[in-house]
Ligand binder design. Structure first.
Ligand code: SF4
Length: 415
């Protein structure tokens, strides 16, 4: 008898991509056949949703409705909705979308090592080391959705790293809600640095270990030293700061002052001179006035993050900031986001200009006609730039030292 077929749409962050890989393995274990092309007739369509902020919720609902219209046309037999939107609004969704066959929350796909299909390129993989978060930022719905911090057992993580290492993966991206607090729920104060040392040891054939989603409050000097000394841990750090104004940082419950943030960044840059820092910023947080915003804008111009994501504050019910006043007008939020992204373009251009005629490490990931496309050590998957290489005979999945000859926007040209 032919196996039942299923496909999955994975929305939101890298953590959801990882969860989708776990879900795929679970359904393959149940005897389903995975098809990546959702255009085929399917027995089951899974939509692994994001429910973090307003925009993400809207995107998830649009995809569910599109799947429902395919179901009405008989192209899909059953629809399962999982992930953060389902976890957060399961009862409301059941009432408003009764045609959906099943709603599952995040906890029903407990993370654990599953040697299965990867949704990333075969040379790059995510390893999720924890679920949930202890930081309770006042704007964030994640603790409402995923609960408090649950660190994965280190032996489980190392088993997965060894599996990926033996499979020839070149890049391992370490993810979680806040990877720097790994082990704090297990009573391990220096847990993350120790875990990272074990990961580095187990990943002897891996070239890049990338740290994504750290928290400045938990970023230890020991960790900075480790990254500075390591040949494998990328000179790339994702360090979301969200803001720099002390009043706003306090109101966000970020647990760190602007002085501490600035000295941390200075220490990282001094210890790891070639580092590319990625950060995330929220504009339009309740109470942010023009002077606070100007302070943030001037700070970003001074600190020059090589990579930056700017998000408008999303008022999320159930979070403490939901009731904070004054809320900022949506048009003002959008304007502030635009002003920071415009400024960031110049900062990125200056960074790229500084790479001209220099050789950097580039992981080749695909080929389009005669052009190879890859990412540098300074580019995380999907969210950062790419490197375009006009050279013959490169191998996909290999890392080359390539000379940068030009740039446009966030991308580089190499030979
Ligand atoms: S650290 Fe990140 S995931 Fe945790 S509460 Fe703050 S914003 Fe949310």
């Amino acid at each position: 008898m032919a196996k039942k077929t299923f496909s999955i749409i994975s929305l939101g962050c890298f953590r959801n991509t990882y969860d989708s890989e776990v879900i795929i393995k679970r359904f393959q274990n149940k005897g389903y056949r995975y098809v990546c092309e959702a255009s085929q007739a399917l027995d089951l369509m899974i939509i692994n949703t994001c429910g973090f902020i307003e925009e993400a919720k809207k995107e998830s609902l649009t995809l569910i409705r599109e799947a429902l219209s395919l179901k009405r046309k008989g192209r899909i037999k059953r629809i399962l909705v999982s992930g953060c939107l389902s976890q957060r609004y399961r009862n409301e969704l059941r009432k408003s979308l009764p045609q959906v066959d099943e709603f599952k929350g995040v906890e029903e796909f407990e993370i654990g090592f599953e040697s299965g299909l990867k949704l990333t390129t075969k040379n790059s993989a995510f390893v999720k080391i924890s679920e949930g978060c202890i930081n309770c930022c006042s704007f964030c719905a994640i603790p409402l959705i995923k609960g408090s911090l649950k660190s994965r057992p280190s032996k489980d993580i190392i088993r997965e790293v060894r599996f990926l290492n033996d499979r020839g993966v070149k890049e391992i991206n370490i993810i979680g809600q806040d990877i720097t607090s790994w082990g704090k729920d297990l009573g391990k104060s220096r847990g993350f640095s120790r875990l990272l040392a074990s990961i580095e040891e187990a990943a002897d054939k891996v070239s890049w270990i990338r740290l994504i989603y750290t928290h400045p409050k938990h970023f230890s000097s020991e960790l900075i030293e480790m990254i500075g000394k390591s040949a494998k841990i990328c000179n790339y750090i994702d360090l979301p700061i969200q803001h720099i104004n002390d009043k706003i940082l306090k109101s966000m419950n970020r647990g760190i002052s602007s002085d501490k943030l600035i000295s941390l960044i200075k220490k990282i840059r001094k210890t790891i001179p070639k580092v590319a820092l990625r950060s995330s910023i929220i504009v339009g947080f309740p109470g942010e006035n023009n002077k606070d915003f100007q302070e943030l804008k001037d700070f970003l111009k001074f600190i020059k993050f090589e990579r930056l994501g700017v998000f408008v504050y999303s008022r999320e019910e159930g979070t403490r900031a939901y009731d904070f006043v004054p809320q900022v007008h949506p048009a003002t939020k959008k304007k502030r986001q635009r002003l920071l992204m415009e400024q960031q373009k110049d900062i990125v251009a200056e960074f790229n200009k500084g790479l001209l005629d220099k050789k950097i490490s580039v992981l080749i990931e695909e080929r389009q006609n005669s052009t190879f496309i890859g990412r540098s050590e300074y580019d995380a998957p999907e969210v950062d730039g790419q490197v375009f290489v006009k050279r013959k005979g490169l191998k996909i999945g290999h890392i080359y030292q390539l000379k940068i000859t030009d740039y446009f926007g966030y991308d580089l040209i190499a030979e």
